[in-house]
Design a protein. Structure first.
Length: 249
């Protein structure tokens, strides 16, 4: 009992440190855009000039029109949709996104990507389960970007960059269609994203410290027993410390 705290001071200090470490990160909207390398490169050409909401809406409308023009089937005009969306939305990748309605930009980009991948695949004869797997893996990637900062941790920038960005994934599918290998392109993209996410999940869990085993009586706080695990450090998953970064490489 000599080293065991007889009052709640050490427990209070530990819990306070845990709350500080797990404080949610206020994300920059540019992080949630999930731009790829090409999108960020275009954004650096005209930083802060192109309005993000207008370009995102314009890109989404053009993609929808090009898909509807040939009813989503694999043609030259539908393969141009990702390029059109990239040229428009990518110009605003480095904009500070401080407008009143700029928070709508990430959902619009998500709808553009999901709509393109689903419509082109299903209308062009790609097996439905394969299209579903691609959409689920992309959705899991986006969920990770939102869920981790909510508990005070960030994903490693290299892992996010390896996911290619919304523009990169659309261009991979378009390139597969241009090479008459649309179904293999969906399969390769799905397999790549699954491996990437499984690898990240395994690394995360293996790097997370195991909570101390509690033996004997529980720690006390203000005379009351306190049971439960110690707070997990934000560095436990191998990500960067919670610094509020905008997530750009």
């Amino acid at each position: 009992m000599g080293d065991r705290p007889t009052n709640g001071r050490s427990v209070v200090d530990r819990d306070a440190r845990g709350r500080d470490l797990l404080r949610p990160i206020v994300l920059d909207l540019r992080f949630l855009r999930d731009d790829g390398h090409m999108g960020r490169l275009l954004g650096r050409l005209a930083p802060g000039i192109a309005p993000p909401l207008f370009t995102a809406i314009a890109g989404a409308i053009i993609v929808a029109v090009l898909l509807l023009a040939d009813q989503g089937r694999l043609t030259g005009i539908t393969l141009c949709a990702p390029v059109a969306a990239l040229l428009l939305s990518g110009l605003a990748a480095c904009h500070p996104h401080n407008g009143r309605f700029d928070r709508l930009v990430p959902p619009i980009l998500r709808a553009t990507e999901y709509g393109y991948l689903a419509t082109l695949g299903l209308a062009s004869g790609v097996p439905g389960p394969l299209v579903f797997v691609v959409l689920v893996t992309v959705a899991c990637h986006h969920r990770d970007d939102v869920a981790r900062p909510a508990v005070g941790v960030n994903r490693p920038s290299g892992t996010r960059a390896a996911a290619l960005g919304w523009d990169g994934r659309m261009l991979v599918i378009a390139a597969g269609g241009a090479l008459s290998a649309l179904t293999p392109a969906y399969g390769i993209l799905a397999g790549y994203l699954v491996v990437l996410q499984v690898r990240e999940a395994v690394r995360t869990w293996s790097a997370t410290p195991v909570a101390e085993a509690r033996t004997g009586s529980a720690d006390t706080l203000g005379g009351e027993e306190q049971w439960g695990d110690h707070p997990i450090s934000p560095n436990g998953d191998g990500g960067r410390t919670a610094t509020g970064t905008n997530g750009e490489a």
